[in-house]
Design a protein around this ligand. Structure first.
Ligand code: 9MJ
Length: 689
């Protein structure tokens, strides 16, 4: 056998590349070039050869797409470059505002473009359909598909490599001789409308539950621990961007070039993508796609606009969890009519009382809706919603369904007017509505079981302490039976206490205790977020962790210190101070630490104290190259003292810092009489820092 082993290797390679080529023609181009029987013959030959020479089986062989053993759990994968979400626009004027922000952001930065209000820029955008599927990231090392992950919370996702391998339109090996050393391709997994219909027909024939929409079917298929189930469902993949990469050949000029490159690597990309100019181009594209929507082979829930030039994308950067250079323009929400059976009042984590409509179940936007928010008492009054009314319910994407309006002609004489209760429906404490607020709040604080439950659910949630399995039903029981009063009590739970609860098998009790134990090792940002301080969301918690670096510093910071942190204003600062003024809250933090909850601390990013911010309110513009400092260093030094660095010179500029080979900004500064500094002059101003 050994004589012909080289020949066998060559044949295997040929078969693999032929089969992947036919997969590409069939699943990506939709243009098969051989009959199915021929394809099957090639596949069987490959299978047979691999059976005879198991030592020659390769992970990127088309036979390895199927047949892997089921997993017990999904492992976690950290996204080196976070998978961010997109901001949304629903109306044309929101798109107009986006384009305005983009132009302003670019005009400020563009050398030689001095006047924002002279409006010189028409931005080139790449417009594309917004797939309604599940975002995933595919990692290729030296051209071979290694791992694939769900988006998860954007920072960490689940390792679904085996399931993704079953998707035939995902290349297992990139069809080029010099593949990138590393390439992470990002895109959406979805189920084509025709495959969805076929799947539901099969489900119904088997007497099994049908899926509500292609998105749910795709999600249900992708999150299977057994890849053989995923393999039986036909899933599709479309690429729309990249994450981490190491490759000098990657096109770096525009997003559209990058997409063309991904297409050349055999990744499916949206045929409908288009480069358009300016706001007019965006809105025209939206209309064209909206008109085509029904006839597209897949579900979309809007379109996405991205600034096409990568350099411009980098200039614009990010805000919180979303890029500033892209936005999703969603299609209008779907609406349906139904009967409002009753109005309940729910108590939220911060005690807010929210009226919730109980509805006769109605199918809208792909799901059955039974509850919808009425927001607050003012909204109920403004819309004049009464119990027994016929109402219009709206659902947009994954947003909570809401009652939009009443159908007055259908009102029956015995429809009941709703009044907000004066006391908390859960704990009976007085409900108050503070001046200037739209919501009434229960004053019971953490003594109110509803608030306590919500606080614990928030503490355990995925983006906070990430305690898997600690869901609503379990928390209800733990709080109702006073087993858990504070988050610290979670860390004292034993298997016995849990196993006594309703619907709790030993195994689940074990898993939960394990999940609680695993959550002890966390990050400062997650811990701060988990505490549920009012007005402190995930992004603020991250800022606090980065800038303060320790829990003790956070607990003792006064409002002034907190407001030195970017994006922390007086309201957020006061919420933090109020939270730690409650000794009860400080005790819970101490107890959590005593139970072993831990994270890494550091010294925090130095933030200039107010009295050492001599450049507060001063605007600088840099031009040319300085002898000893990079632009970044200069910027950091100016900002550390409270100054701002801007990209263009105007009458509002205080100083222009000039190095060698200055641009037109220097001439502009001279003509406007703006103070000019060289490196020495700047250092003197900075006090020799
Ligand atoms: C979808 N869902 O089709 C993005 N997306 O880009 C497209 N999503 C995206 N782009 C950056 N076409 C983050 C998400």
């Amino acid at each position: 056998m050994n004589e012909n082993i080289e020949e066998i290797k060559q044949r295997l390679q040929q078969l693999r590349s032929d089969i992947e080529h036919h997969n590409y023609r069939y699943y990506v181009l939709d243009q098969p070039s051989i009959p199915d029987a021929e394809y099957d013959k090639l596949f069987r030959e490959l299978q047979q050869l691999e059976q005879d020479y198991p030592q020659l089986i390769a992970a990127d062989s088309p036979t390895q797409r199927v047949g892997a053993a089921p997993l017990k759990t999904f492992a976690q994968i950290t996204h080196v470059i976070p998978m961010l979400s997109l901001s949304n626009a629903f109306e044309d004027d929101e798109v107009e505002a986006f384009d305005r922000r983009v132009r302003a952001g670019l005009a400020l930065e563009a050398a030689g473009v001095a006047w924002i209000d002279s409006d010189p820029l028409t931005v080139e955008y790449n417009a594309e359909p917004k797939f309604d599927g599940l975002a995933v990231s595919l990692r290729y090392e030296n051209g071979v598909f290694k791992t694939g992950a769900t988006r998860g919370d954007g920072y960490t996702g689940e390792d679904i490599t085996l399931n993704l391998k079953t998707i035939r339109s995902i290349p297992l090996k990139l069809p080029v001789n010099n593949p990138p050393a590393l390439l992470e391709v990002r895109g959406e997994v979805l189920m084509l409308k025709k495959d969805f219909q076929r799947l539901n027909q099969q489900q119904s024939a088997k007497g099994e539950k049908e899926f509500a929409n292609p998105r749910n079917a795709a999600a249900g298929s992708l999150r299977q621990l057994d890849p053989n189930i995923t393999a039986r469902r036909r899933l599709a993949f479309f690429a729309y961007g990249i994450g981490d990469s190491q490759d000098t050949c990657l096109p770096k000029a525009t997003h559209s070039d990058l997409m063309a490159y991904l297409s050349s690597l055999h990744f499916p990309i949206a045929k409908e993508s288009q480069v358009v100019m300016g706001l007019k181009g965006l809105l025209e594209y939206y209309q064209v796609i909206a008109a085509k929507r029904e006839n597209l082979p897949y579900d979309i829930d809007g379109v996405v606009y991205k600034v096409n030039a990568i350099a411009q994308q980098e200039q614009l950067g990010f805000v919180s969890r979303a890029p500033r250079f892209a936005i999703a323009h969603k299609f209008p929400a779907q609406e349906a009519m139904t009967k409002l059976l009753d109005i309940d009042v729910q108590v939220g984590r911060t005690g807010a009382l929210t009226p919730v409509a109980r509805l006769q179940p109605v199918f809208v936007g792909g799901v059955t809706v039974t509850n919808a928010t009425l927001h607050n008492a003012d909204e109920v009054e403004r819309k004049d919603v009464r119990i027994g009314d016929t109402v219009i319910v709206r659902r947009a994407g994954d947003v909570i369904p809401e009652v939009v309006s009443v159908v007055p002609e259908k009102r029956s004489p015995d429809a009941l007017v709703f009044t907000m209760p004066s006391h908390c429906p859960v704990c009976g404490a007085k409900a108050v509505r503070l001046p200037g607020e739209t919501v009434s709040r229960c004053t019971g604080g953490l003594f109110c079981p509803a608030q306590r439950k919500q606080a614990i659910l928030h503490f355990a949630s995925r983006r906070a302490m990430d305690i898997d399995g600690l869901g609503e039903k379990l928390v209800d029981q733990l709080v109702d039976q006073t087993i858990v009063r504070t988050p610290a009590d979670l860390y004292r739970l034993g298997i016995a206490a849990l196993a006594n609860l309703e619907r709790m098998a030993d195994k689940s009790a074990n898993n939960i205790v394990k999940a609680i134990e695993n959550s002890k090792q966390t990050t400062l940002a997650r811990f701060i977020y988990a505490l549920g301080i009012r007005n402190v969301g995930e992004a603020t918690a991250k800022d606090l962790a980065v800038h303060l670096g320790s829990m003790d510093r956070l607990m003792t910071a006064d409002s002034e210190r907190l407001q030195q942190i970017p994006d922390v204003g007086p309201v957020v600062a006061q919420s933090i101070v109020d939270f730690f003024a409650e000794t009860h809250n400080c005790e819970v933090v101490e107890q959590l630490r005593a139970c072993g909850v831990n994270w890494n601390e550091h010294d925090g990013k130095p933030v200039a104290a107010a009295n050492t911010a001599p450049l507060q309110g001063k605007t600088f513009v840099l031009t040319g190259t300085l002898p000893h400092m990079s632009r970044e260093e200069v910027k950091e030094k100016i900002e550390a003292q409270g100054g701002k660095v801007s990209g263009s010179v105007s009458s509002k500029t205080d100083y222009v810092v000039v190095g060698t080979d200055p641009g037109s900004k220097y001439d502009k500064a001279v003509s406007l009489g703006v103070a000019i500094l060289d490196e020495d002059g700047l250092l003197t101003l900075l006090g020799g820092s």
